[in-house]
Design a protein around this ligand. Structure first.
Ligand code: GDP
Ligand code: ZN
Length: 329
């Protein structure tokens, strides 16, 4: 690659100026080139773009944090970097456009997994909030992992007992104490070489954990903790922090993610976002069973037998009611 062309990953920005971490390790500001590099997909034989392709491109080619890009340096000592190409994306954390539109907005691109962190105590964990984070991840088709920090406050076995339903549902759960350096190696292994979106309420120890794992990262505590994003014009901008190589990978902080409700998740897809419902669900008498009060509902039967956790099921009901309210407004 020539000196004038580089590739890198977008670390922050919301349009206009983007911060890009170049593969050579430096960080630069770059703007989006007016016209992206041409590719032949969607072109007519005369080379012009089909109208539907133009529209699809303007919808999908909005740049997002986590995107891998090619940049070109526009000459001279004062020259600036311009993003000329967005490389194909892997899994993304998306939300629907606010206001009931059909569009989607990408919060972070190329996310390998989402790590949801709560504290065993102080602040007291709210299962419903944890379930909401999990549903958002499931709806995005992203691998999920749970971290329960501050286990020294309640004892590790009590913490394990309290979150057993999540392990039974199939989620990897890490029990950690940043303070006593318990369980940190397991989290480090899980993050190695991967792009991990981290979320969870403030005060659970997200910045403390990352600083303990990656002392060189120099994360400002406020950067991760700040989730004061409650206004109407909430920005759900994400920040990507490249991790030292080896092992490499990156952490993506997604402030504002928990403020965004269920954002138009079709109600029929909610049960699929609870992995432990999938097996019983196939046994429900009605194919479109909502698992609320239907006769012959195998999910309700599994709850009654204690196979599916009553707390998880309760979250399902509440989220379903929330979706219904959202969709009739
Ligand atoms: P964040 O808002 O999720 O980034 O949380 P912080 O990293 O800012 O931590 C919030 C508070 O929890 C700080 O006072 C930390 O010192 C404290 N903390 C972090 N990890 C632990 C832990 O394992 N045990 C205890 N008791 N406190 C912790
Ligand atoms: Zn059912």
């Amino acid at each position: 690659m020539s000196e004038r062309t580089q590739s890198g990953v977008v670390t922050s920005g919301t349009g206009g100026v983007w911060n890009v971490h170049l593969d050579d390790g430096s960080d630069v500001e770059a703007s989006m080139r007016g016209r992206l590099k041409k590719s032949n997909a969607g072109r007519r034989t005369d080379g012009s773009l089909r109208r539907d392709t133009v529209e699809a491109r303007s919808r999908t080619q909005k740049l997002a944090v986590g995107d891998r890009v090619t940049l070109e340096h526009e000459g001279g000592a004062t020259g600036a970097w311009a993003i000329s190409e967005i490389q194909p994306r892997g899994s993304c954390l998306k939300r629907r456009e606010p206001g009931g539109g059909k569009g989607e907005r990408i919060i972070a691109a190329n996310v390998d997994q989402s790590m949801i962190m709560f504290a065993a105590a102080n602040p007291e964990p709210h299962p419903r909030m944890l379930d909401r984070f999990l549903v958002i991840g499931e709806a995005n088709g992203i691998a999920l992992r749970i971290v329960i920090n501050k286990v020294e406050l309640v004892g590790e076995s009590a913490a394990r007992e309290r979150f057993a339903a999540y392990e039974r549902a199939g989620y990897p759960v890490h029990f950690t104490s940043v303070k006593q350096r318990i369980g940190l190696d397991g989290v480090l292994d899980a993050m190695a070489g991967r792009v991990t979106a981290i979320s969870g309420p403030s005060g659970v120890g997200k910045s403390s954990l990352l600083n303990a794992l990656f002392p060189g990262l120099g994360l400002r505590v406020a950067e991760i903790s700040e989730s004061v994003n409650k206004g109407r014009h909430t920005t759900v901008g994400a920040f990507l922090h490249p991790l030292p190589v080896p092992p490499g990978g990156a952490v993506v902080d997604t402030p504002g993610l928990r403020e965004i409700g269920m954002w138009g998740l079709p109600r029929a897809e909610l049960d699929n976002c609870f992995p432990e419902f999938r097996e019983p669900r196939d046994e429900c008498r009605f194919g479109n069973c909502a698992h609320m009060a239907e006769p012959g509902c195998a999910v309700l039967a599994a709850v009654a037998r204690g196979v599916v956790s009553a707390t998880r099921y309760d979250s399902y009901r509440k989220l379903r009611e929330e979706i219904e309210t959202e969709q009739t407004n």
